[in-house]
Ligand binder design. Structure first.
Ligand code: XMP
Length: 510
């Protein structure tokens, strides 16, 4: 299979670059710059290399550099932003501080005729974010684009197949960014576009079948997309030797435990173990109001329950997890630096006896995991479900968690989800849910005074959940959700809509 290397110099859009390349059906992998030498890189047989952006200036002694021998390997290279400047610096060009002429955001770009810009109009909008710029391109390079303040917005050395762009073709604000990436991948690198998730599914089942021959496999099934897809994949590979344990901690949304059981019972039969641990979790959580304490209790208790099941089942050869590519990159489990520690219900490998850990989805991005799920025949509502935090509704109830308060939240949340579904919005928010606040307020119903709970509705739009904008939902949707909640859920007398973005707020309230 053809591969593109995304050589990571610490830029914020690195995952996006790899995703864009894969969307064009070429497999891309991200590797940190300090983990590879030009010789290893040549050996790996990449069809092309993309140098990513980065937060540094090339003249900063602490800035990431790379062996200039890479420029002589005959492999096409595209440098983006810092990667562009680094290429210029490595090849003997000059990079300067742009001072007050640094460019940020949408910028008008003028391009020359060049294969990299095939199908791109002379004038278009690109996305810039730089403090330095290339003042003199290296010998052998030609300037092929400029902006008002950036004399060399793109450069090329066609003989050596080296290209650099100061702007970010991977972000959607660059109008013809995808076209430029396409031009780099196909005519320039000579890729054919052989990356298909459907093929990956087949290959992966075949290789898991060999790798796990005769072994018993245990998977904690949360009902989320990742563990569900991992379960289906493993089931195809090892059949009856896969056991899935689903722990119902009582903090799930309305209908969720039933959906998981319905989806998998028919397929896995007795190999699906549903543990009803609702009482156990509620007892542990009684009277706990502090968010971090709730998270800790749930994480620990989850492990205890899972561990007890694993013990009951006897020794397992292999423990499987639904880790996906962004988890590998973000939690530093792979080779790159820790960006944020992954806050899933974790820690299983430390406490359970097993010989081997398999993470069959560790090379896939979320959208690819979803496509794999569809290929494997998982129901649409399971594959396209929004993320749901491991600690569940516990972090959406401010204050103490009781069966009664869980009931109020479940009902309000279900109504909000139904109304969003009924509205059939052109694009649904990335995540949307209800929060039961600890505020009570006075209301009136019929002629009587009420003193009920306040529910907050939350909906956000985001690509990566590290930043998020509050969703501009149509008033009609909010109106219907609000009146249905106050009419249909006794005990809730007020509904508010959360209009905070992240940062400074987070997506969840706790
Ligand atoms: P925050 O609230 O950190 O949420 O802005 C970002 C995304 O992460 C989810 N989230 C969690 N997921 N365990 C999880 O598995 C957790 O403890 C947790 N906390 C937040 C949240 O739902 C959102 O999608």
């Amino acid at each position: 299979m053809e591969k593109i290397l995304v050589l990571d110099f610490g830029g914020q859009y690195n995952q996006l670059i790899a995703r864009r390349v894969r969307e064009l059906h070429v497999y891309a992998e991200i590797r940190p710059y300090h983990k590879l030498t030009p010789a290893e890189l040549k050996q790996a047989g990449y069809k092309g290399i993309i140098f990513t952006g980065g937060p540094n200036s090339v003249y900063d002694p602490a800035s990431p550099h790379f062996d200039p021998a890479v420029l002589e390997l005959g492999i096409p290279i595209l440098g983006i932003c810092y990667g562009d400047q680094l290429m210029a610096y490595m090849a003997g060009g000059e990079v300067c501080s742009a001072g007050q002429f640094g460019e940020y955001g949408r910028t008008r770009l003028t391009v020359a005729e060049h294969p990299l810009f095939e199908g791109v109009p002379t004038e278009s909008i690109c996305w810039m974010s730089h403090m330095d710029y290339i003042s003199t391109p290296p010998a052998g390079f030609t300037t092929i684009a400029h902006t008002e303040h950036c004399p060399c917005a793109a450069m090329c050395d066609d003989g050596r197949r080296l290209y650099g762009v100061q702007f970010h073709p991977e972000v959607t604000h660059t109008e013809y960014g995808t076209q430029m990436l396409r031009n780099f991948l196909f005519p320039i690198c000579g890729c054919t576009g052989d990356w298909r998730v459907e093929d990956w599914v087949e290959r992966s089942i075949a290789s898991l079948r060999t790798k796990l021959a005769g072994k018993s496999v245990l998977l904690a099934l949360s009902g989320g997309v990742d563990s569900s897809v991992a379960a289906m994949l493993l089931h195809h590979a090892v059949g009856e030797r896969l056991t899935c344990v689903f722990v119902d901690h009582g903090l799930l949304r309305k209908g969720e435990a039933e959906l998981v059981e319905q989806t998998f019972r028919g397929r896995f039969g007795e190999k699906l173990i549903c543990v009803d641990a609702r009482e156990r979790f509620l007892t542990k959580l009684a009277g706990v109001v502090e968010p971090e304490r709730k998270r800790k209790i749930i994480g620990e208790e989850f492990i205890r329950v899972f561990e007890a099941e694993a013990k009951r089942l006897g020794k397992t050869d292999v423990l499987a997890q639904g880790t996906i590519y962004p988890d590998v990159i973000e939690s530093g489990k792979g080779d790159s630096a820790v960006i944020k520690s992954h806050h899933n219900v974790g820690g299983l490998p430390d406490v359970i006896a097993f010989d081997e850990l398999v993470e069959p989805l560790r090379d896939l991005f979320k959208d690819e995991v979803r496509r794999a799920g569809e290929t494997l025949g998982l129901p649409h509502e399971m594959v396209w479900r929004q993320p749901f935090p491991g600690p569940g509704l516990a972090v959406r109830i401010l204050g103490a968690i009781t069966e009664e308060r869980l009931h109020l939240l479940r009902e309000a949340d279900a109504i909000f989800r139904e109304e969003i579904a009924a509205a059939a919005l052109p694009t649904a928010p990335s995540q949307y849910f209800a929060v039961l606040t600890d505020a009570r307020s006075v209301g009136v119903m019929g002629d009587a005074r009420t003193y009920g709970c306040t529910v907050a509705l939350r909906a956000v739009d985001t690509d990566d959940f590290m930043t998020a904008a509050w969703s501009r939902l149509p008033y009609a949707v909010l109106d219907r959700a609000s009146s249905r909640i106050t009419n249909e859920v006794p005990g809730i007398s007020r509904v508010v809509y959360d209009i905070s973005s992240k940062p400074p707020a987070t997506v969840e309230w706790e």
